[in-house]
Design a protein around this ligand. Structure first.
Ligand SMILES: [Ca+2]
Length: 133
């Protein structure tokens, strides 16, 4: 057991999105009135510009966060972008590639916070991983 390094033991967790952050990001995402679960590049750009970061930096953040390169952001991608903006504002360098911990869906969302739908989605994606096609 001890031979496996803990992903939470090193400095990696600076990239991990906490449940509180994710809840805030989800609120901001919904305030942008997503259509069919996505916000467009324009909507996201206008919102991200409010951070005060220069456009080239925001373009890098977008490239990292838009994991499937479809030019739109779903809730998870938006959360990643918001986290990267926050870290950049705190003086962190942007990673050359998205840290794996950011790609994971948050798994510890308590049912009490009203994310029932999201929980179902997470269970579904875990199920997909476990089921060979
Ligand atoms: Ca996308």
């Amino acid at each position: 057991m001890a031979q496996f390094p803990s992903p939470f033991g090193g400095g990696l967790d600076v990239w991990s999105i906490t449940i509180e952050e994710r809840a805030k990001h989800d609120q901001q995402f919904h305030s942008l009135k997503p259509i069919a679960g996505f916000i467009t590049g324009d909507q996201a750009r206008n919102f991200f510009l409010q951070s005060g970061l220069p456009q080239p930096i925001l373009a890098q953040i977008w490239a990292l966060a838009d994991m499937n390169n479809d030019g739109k952001m779903d809730q998870h991608e938006f959360s990643i972008a918001m986290k990267l903006i926050k870290l950049k504002l705190q003086g962190h360098q942007l990673p050359p590639a998205l840290p794996p911990i950011m790609k994971q869906s948050p798994v510890a969302i308590p049912a009490a916070s009203g994310f029932g739908k999201q929980e179902t989605m997470i269970i579904f994606s875990v199920f997909k991983l476990l089921t060979p096609l």
